[in-house]
Write a new protein. Structure first.
Length: 289
């Protein structure tokens, strides 16, 4: 049923500035063992449709670097930009997210991210502190690797379960299933990933009126077209942000990604918060519209 608890939404709106209602920072990782983009995503949307403007969005510009020397083969350095347009109505909202990056080492070319066109349901209040919404979207091929692999489209279904036990503390859990539809099942000698199942957990702490800390983790299970389960993957991210003026946010963060080997292949390498081979650090500026 539709949320009707006005006191619940009033409390939510008091503890969320406009910039934290639609916060999404996208960071690209570079790792010798893991190729592709990893997301550090904060998706708190805790305002009612009546409270929110019909059109909104953001533009984010960032710089990402790991700690290897610039002449090292594993060095990664890039400028990235991403953005979102969001249209809200009483039946839900439609979002379009897109962006890209320019690597500045080893002669790497610039690359777009696969844009996401998405519909999200209205927010449903289950209790005074728990709310839920659903999502249905499709990724379109734009990234260099997606085009080389002949990706046609990738539909995704997701859910968001929000929990706000305190005025300045919120969590959400988001399960996501993605199906990759390629023109061919292989790219050279490589069998392509057909199915991905993600579980994302995020914790958001509003430290003061202008400062926040966000910590997120993602675990991914994948299968190829022959039904073989690939190495499980994780991403762990931390971000400290400062709203230095209305609708502007300056943030610093760290991302780490890696693999847990399939038992059929080998033992797990374990999880580390920081790993020189896969950790990157970033600085970003976001303008909310």
């Amino acid at each position: 049923m539709q949320p009707t608890n006005n006191q619940y939404y009033s409390s939510i709106s008091r503890r969320r500035n406009k910039w934290s209602v639609l916060f999404c920072v996208q960071v690209m990782l570079a790792s010798f063992s893991l190729v592709g983009q990893a997301l550090a995503v904060n998706e708190f949307e805790l305002a009612t449709d009546a409270q929110a403007a019909k059109w909104s969005g953001y533009v984010n510009v960032g710089f990402t670097r790991n700690i290897y020397d610039s002449d090292s083969y594993y060095a990664y350095q890039a400028f990235n930009i991403d953005s979102r347009i969001d249209y809200k109505a009483n039946w839900g909202n439609v979002l379009f997210t897109l962006g890209g990056e320019k690597q500045t080492l080893h002669g790497k070319e610039s690359s777009f991210y696969d844009p996401l066109l998405e519909y999200r349901t209205p927010l449903y209040a289950l209790t005074d502190t728990i709310s839920l919404k659903g999502s249905l979207g499709v990724y379109l091929p734009a990234e260099r690797e997606s085009k080389l692999d002949r990706l046609q489209y990738a539909p995704r279904i997701a859910g968001y379960l929000f929990w706000s036990p305190l005025d300045n503390l919120s969590f959400y859990f988001s399960p996501r299933y993605r199906y990759n539809a390629y023109q061919y099942k292989t790219a050279g000698e490589r069998v392509l990933v057909e199915q991905q199942l993600d579980g994302l957990v995020d914790a958001y702490w509003q430290i003061t009126a202008n400062w926040y800390l966000d910590i997120s983790g993602r675990y991914r299970i994948s299968k190829n077209y022959y039904g073989r389960r690939l190495d499980d993957q994780f991403t762990f991210a931390q971000e400290l942000g400062w709203s230095f003026k209305p609708d502007w946010v300056l943030a610093v963060g760290h991302n780490n990604s890696g693999r847990f080997y399939n038992p059929e292949v080998g033992t797990s390498q374990g999880f580390e918060i920081y790993d020189k081979k896969s950790s990157t650090f970033y600085l970003s500026v976001t303008k909310y519209l």
